[in-house]
Design a protein around this ligand. Structure first.
Ligand code: AMP
Length: 192
């Protein structure tokens, strides 16, 4: 049965990436979320894809809730026109608040910060600490090398093959959102 998702935490680059491919995709996702009335929960900055995404959500009439650290806010990174923002002490506290606030998660292309945040959420789902759908927005095949490494984990028996399907991977913003709503938990034990 499809679930209603009212808020999604999106992890994404604090840089924009090369060319306009990634900014276009961030804009599409933000617009789709804003139109659908899905609140954006994110790192709270105006920088990189994060800023493009929040601007698109707000321009489409949606709500953007930023959770940023004191240090980054002090550097002037806080987006000036969010619906709501929180300033927390540490990156750890911030990830916890994002995981509490969001009903689902998406990673757009990004760097090590994006991957780290996404992997924590995937792991928490795998261990059963949370049950919240997570997906990769595979813009222009950005996440294919990463999924290749996941396949290597499976081949080398560090990850059950069924767990490849425990995240949604899609190259289209709307079908990624639909995939998260339809997502059903993979109930295959982690330990082989
Ligand atoms: P990266 O992918 O390495 O650019 O890091 C992006 C991720 O790390 C985002 O999802 C944020 O949660 C966090 N992050 C990195 N830089 C910033 C920043 N200037 N402001 C807020 N969050 C940031």
């Amino acid at each position: 049965m499809a679930r209603t998702i009212r808020s999604i935490a999106v992890f994404c680059g604090s840089n924009t990436g090369a060319g306009t491919t990634y900014t276009d995709a961030a804009h599409k996702l933000g617009t789709a979320m804003g139109r659908a009335g899905v609140t954006l929960v994110y790192g709270g900055t105006h920088k990189g894809l994060m800023g493009v995404l929040a601007d698109a959500v707000l321009a489409a009439g949606g709500e953007a809730h930023g959770i940023i650290t004191e240090r980054l806010a002090g550097l002037g990174h806080l987006h000036p026109s969010l619906t709501r923002h929180e300033i927390v002490g540490t990156m750890r506290a911030r990830k916890l608040r994002m995981a509490e606030e969001a009903e689902a998660f998406i990673a757009l292309p990004g760097g090590i910060g994006t991957l780290e945040e996404f992997m924590e959420i995937w792991t928490l789902n795998q261990l059963g600490e949370i049950d919240k759908p997570a997906g990769l927005f595979d813009v222009a095949g950005y996440y294919q090398p990463f999924m290749g490494f996941i396949d290597h984990m499976i081949a080398e028996k560090f990850l059950p093959a069924a767990h490849r399907g425990s995240i949604v991977v899609d190259s289209d913003a709307q079908s990624l959102l639909d995939g998260l709503s339809r997502f059903e938990r993979v109930n295959v034990p982690k330990w082989m």
